[in-house]
Design a protein around this ligand. Structure first.
Ligand code: GYE
Length: 326
């Protein structure tokens, strides 16, 4: 028994070593046919319009490319994502891609993937692992820049204010890269004018119901609020319902900035209820497939791939709406 276990351990060690040296993830037998590739994708959940668009784009891009995609929805729970990743390791998929719900706590499972020789691609959200060899690349937005763009619009909008401008911030999922980074970018930008003051900042978990509920409570505590910075469209849309129910006019009595630029957000901006949207592009399917193909061929992939993004005022949203893809 001892001997068998010993052999198994030696085998595992060899396997681990092989995994560590397989540069770029190409197998020892050379690249596979694209149609034989299997990718496991561990999605965050279905919390927002952005996420729905992201899922749809990834699924349809893989279908189009003829690459098998195993897909799981973690319902915004890290433990479910970890389970999904472990099952992809067991199934020996060729590449694992996932959008980490929060930044911390991934090292163990990422090491398991590395030891099994399965390359990992981060899409959309980052991890805070110090060891960057645990993943091939991170494909996604620059969330600090997004927060900065939101803050810069606020700076300009309230540049002539003589007194305090009370701001409510609805944060995304606590501990997630977009919540951490958008908070930072916004704070850095508005620091240029001490009149701009965040009087309340709470999470709405990137959902419409979360945004509505939190805004209802915060409006009671801060009836003089002049600006809402909701870190995604869905929370902004939920907050708009709360603002209207409180007898105020969104976009006028309370100016509103959101992030994402999904269809529903852009519609609200075109209607004048949202004043400014910072775009965050969920259409990552094609880029992810290019990355998977490169990994399969053993080609180098840049460690960070940033998606291109813009911003929309109400007028620009009205113009762009008919041609929006999500
Ligand atoms: O802004 C939000 C979604 O990670 C960029 O997650 C993504 C964010 C997006 O729930 O709507």
């Amino acid at each position: 028994m001892k001997k068998i276990l010993g052999m198994a351990a030696a085998g595992a060690l060899l396997f681990a070593l092989a995994g560590c040296t397989a540069s770029g993830g190409a197998s020892a037998d050379g690249p596979k046919d694209t149609k034989d590739l299997v990718v496991g994708f561990a999605q965050v959940g279905a919390e927002s319009g952005w996420r729905t668009a992201n899922t749809k784009d990834i699924q349809s891009s893989f279908k189009e490319a003829g690459i098998t995609l195993k897909f799981s929805d973690a319902q915004q729970k890290q433990e479910n994502q970890i389970k999904a990743i472990r099952s992809y390791i067991q199934q020996k998929v060729d590449v694992i891609a996932f959008s980490p719900v929060v930044e911390s706590g991934w090292d163990t499972v990422l090491k398991e993937a590395k030891n099994a020789g399965i390359p990992v691609v981060l899409t959309d959200r980052a991890v805070d692992s110090k060891d960057t060899s645990l993943y091939e690349t991170f494909l996604g937005s620059d969330f600090v820049t997004e927060g900065k763009k939101a803050g810069e619009w606020a700076l300009n909008e309230f540049k002539d204010a003589s007194g305090t401008v009370p701001i409510i911030q609805l944060e995304g999922t606590t501990g997630s890269a977009p919540a951490i980074d958008r908070t930072k970018g916004f704070a850095d930008a508005i620091a240029a004018n001490p009149n701009l003051k965040i009087v309340a900042s709470q999470t709405g978990d990137f959902t419409r119901s979360g945004g509505k509920q939190v805004m209802e409570a915060l409006l009671k505590a801060h009836p003089d609020v002049k600006l809402l910075w909701a870190q995604n469209d869905d929370m902004g849309l939920g907050a708009i319902e709360a603002i209207e129910a409180a007898g105020k006019v969104p976009g006028k009595d309370i100016k509103i900035i959101t992030a994402d630029a999904t269809h529903d957000g852009m519609q609200a901006a075109a209607d004048g209820k949202i004043n400014f949207i910072v775009e965050c592009n969920p259409l990552m399917g094609k880029q992810l497939i290019e990355i998977v193909k490169k990994i399969n061929k053993g080609e180098d992939v840049p460690k960070r791939i940033v998606t291109d993004e813009t911003t929309f005022t109400s007028a620009q949203a009205k113009e762009a709406l008919p041609s929006r893809k999500y």
